[in-house]
Design a protein around this ligand. Structure first.
Ligand SMILES: Nc1ncnc2c1ncn2[C@@H]1O[C@H](COP(=O)(O)OP(=O)(O)OP(=O)(O)O)[C@@H](O)[C@H]1O
Ligand SMILES: [Mg+2]
Length: 264
């Protein structure tokens, strides 16, 4: 476990300066949301950058999924701003539909896995491939070999991801025949297949046994190091996730507390 330098000055500390080398980041500034009379999020500031793993924690019903919904454009806050930066280009999250944000490089793993039940594991992952040329009838006719080459590359990448997640031998199984833990791993492979730079994961370890959870955390850590992806991970399994996190955010009574982990 890293030594935690705990900074309890909620919100203000999250406004760190973007490193010059940072190519992607997601930043919330003063986000608040109430459901009816229930103030779920109160003036939240948060930032996650390329190569960082941030842990978002908090009790059941504290607002973690709600915050992910806002960060990924599925829910509008009552106030505040969300800025996505991809390749040093700023994008106003609240002005774009979730599908557009996904295409730009913001991917989401849902708390429930949402696989296509009748499709195979491999097809589920392939469905997330970015900018497939084959959906254009014109490209399929005029550039068939290019389309085929891209499809081979997508398939190779999908199988590599499934292998990494211990699911390569289930590539031809249909989604409906998977256990909860297996479906979770396929959903993670599908999220990675998008090639997104910012990954928002809602309880990726839920349903995994202890060994699988440790392995998946190691893989996510390698991925963040090797590919400089930014990850914001909601997870109740603190013991498994904490060792690889650079920073933690804790939601409590609507406020967000920020902690930095040294030595990551
Ligand atoms: N669409 C909604 N309408 C009304 N209330 C909602 C809505 N979505 C969430 N809530 C409420 O907001 C609060 C936060 O819910 P949220 O799902 O974000 O919590 P969570 O931290 O993700 O919990 P868990 O750890 O159980 O997944 C809860 O009290 C929940 O009932
Ligand atoms: Mg939740």
């Amino acid at each position: 476990m890293p030594v935690e330098a705990i900074n309890q000055s909620a919100n203000s500390s999250a406004k760190t300066t973007e490193a010059a080398s940072c190519v992607a980041s997601l930043c919330a500034d003063g986000v608040s949301l109430a459901f009816g009379g229930q103030q779920v999020l109160k003036n939240i500031d948060l930032e996650v950058r390329s190569g960082q793993i941030a842990h978002l924690r908090g009790g059941n019903g504290s607002g973690k999924t709600t915050l992910l919904n806002i960060l990924s454009g599925f829910l509008k806050p009552d106030s505040g701003q969300i800025k996505l930066v991809i390749d040093n280009q700023p994008i106003d999250v609240l002005s774009h539909a979730p599908a557009t944000l996904a295409r730009l490089g913001l991917a989401r793993l849902w708390q429930d896995t949402r696989l296509f039940a009748s499709m195979t594991v491999l097809e589920n992952v392939l469905a997330a491939s970015p900018r497939p040329l084959g959906i254009s009838p014109v490209m399929s006719l005029l550039a068939y070999s290019r389309v085929q080459k891209q499809e081979r590359e997508f398939k190779h990448q999908a199988m590599t991801l499934l292998d990494m997640l211990g699911m390569a031998d289930r590539a031809e199984s249909t989604g409906e025949r998977l256990s909860g833990g297996q479906a979770k791993r396929v959903a993670i492979a599908r999220m990675l297949q998008t090639g997104a730079e910012i990954l928002l994961l809602d309880e990726p370890l839920a349903g995994l046994d202890k060994e699988s959870a440790v392995r998946l955390v190691e893989d996510l850590n390698l991925l963040a190091d090797d590919t400089r992806k930014a990850m914001l991970i909601v997870e109740h399994n603190h013991d498994a996730i904490s060792p690889v996190c650079d920073i933690s955010y804790t939601l409590e009574n609507g406020f967000l507390r920020y902690e930095e982990h040294e030595g990551q």
